[in-house]
Design a protein around this ligand. Structure first.
Ligand SMILES: [Zn+2]
Length: 337
């Protein structure tokens, strides 16, 4: 290759890098993905583990990673705490209760990195550190890693033989799988108006009894543990798809829970422009996590369904989801600081 050609290529690469740097720095906030890549169709459990390790290493002063339980197929359920773990208030964020909605894991991970990366900068005129000193954010980015492995890699991804054989008997599309590796829908297994229904498979089966699943048990213990340390200000639950929000409460919620949940959904709606859904009757929402938080625990809760295509979403949707949601969680925390 001629010297002049090499020079031309090098200057081209340099120009491209400059463009990238400018594109990823807006209003003084760094949004380049140093650790979490974003934009993948299948962000795997392995990548999640690697990224968590790196985030903890890079941001050790403001980020804790804990294992809060294990799934039936022995995958870890990770909690990421950002900010002051001894804060008086706590905001909880959960993603990926439904297997095929694994785009939410990537979204949560990217939000975590974005807030840590901009810890000493301002978002919406407030320093991220000032908010996180008063309101710690606890993420469980992947509540259903077994189900996610099924959706991304098929039934063979389940290592336990009897679970794997059970899944083959249940049948159905592995990529469209919603449940966990035992064929239980993790968003129908909570102790609220629980009634057995459905049969083992991708969706709708509530389980043999309320909180029968290890994932739900671990999440309930996690909530109890945080509640013993301080006040849980609210819960943000990420699902996909439809670009819709669940934020309304039935009259059985206390006035306080209703008022705070309303503030939370109005803020999320203003940032995402997602469509607000009507209240769901408890007979429809039996065993649902949001109803459990609202009516059993008196904790304000909103559900955000990201994306427009069918789940699992295409990686191409990530950027528009990111642009709508990147500030949602820190802005929700600002409601309570
Ligand atoms: Zn869902």
């Amino acid at each position: 290759m001629k010297k002049s050609n090499i020079k031309r290529i090098l200057s081209g690469v340099f120009a491209m890098l400059m463009v990238c740097c400018i594109a990823f720095t807006t209003q003084g906030l760094t949004v380049n993905a140093a650790i979490v890549s974003g934009g993948k169709k299948n962000y795997s459990y392995k990548e999640l583990k690697t990224d968590l390790k790196q985030l903890q290493k890079k941001y050790k002063d403001h980020c804790q990673v804990n294992v809060i339980g294990k799934t039936a197929d022995k995958r870890n359920l990770y909690e990421v705490v950002i900010g002051n773990p001894n804060a008086k208030k706590h905001l909880l964020v959960i993603g990926n209760l439904h297997a095929r909605e694994h785009m939410t894991v990537q979204l949560c991970m990217k939000q975590i990195e974005y807030y840590l990366n901009n810890y000493n900068k301002k978002i919406n005129g407030k320093k991220v550190s000032a908010t996180l000193n008063k309101v710690a954010i606890h993420y469980v980015p992947s509540c259903n890693p077994d189900g996610t492995a099924i959706s991304q890699k098929g039934f063979n991804a389940i290592r336990n033989k009897s679970l794997r054989n059970g899944l083959r008997r249940m049948g159905g599309s592995s990529s469209r799988w919603k449940a966990n590796a035992r064929g239980v829908d993790l968003n129908r297994n909570w102790k609220v108006a629980f009634k057995k229904a459905g049969k083992k498979g991708s969706s709708g089966y509530r389980g043999p009894k309320a909180a029968s699943e290890k994932e739900v048990q671990a999440l309930v213990k996690w909530v109890n543990r945080i509640e013993r340390r301080g006040k849980i200000a609210g819960v943000v639950s990420y699902h996909s798809t439809g670009s819709i929000l669940y934020g309304r409460c039935a009259s059985r919620a206390t006035k306080k829970v209703r008022n705070i949940t309303t503030r939370m959904y109005k803020l999320a709606k203003s940032l995402t422009r997602y469509h607000l859904m009507p209240t769901e009757s408890i007979s429809v929402a039996r065993g649902c996590s949001r109803e459990y938080f609202l009516y059993k625990r008196n904790i304000p809760c909103i559900t955000i369904e990201v994306g427009v295509g069918a789940a699992p979403l295409s990686g191409r949707e990530f950027n528009s989801i990111w642009n709508k949601n990147k500030n949602v969680v820190i802005r929700e925390a600002q409601l309570f600081d």
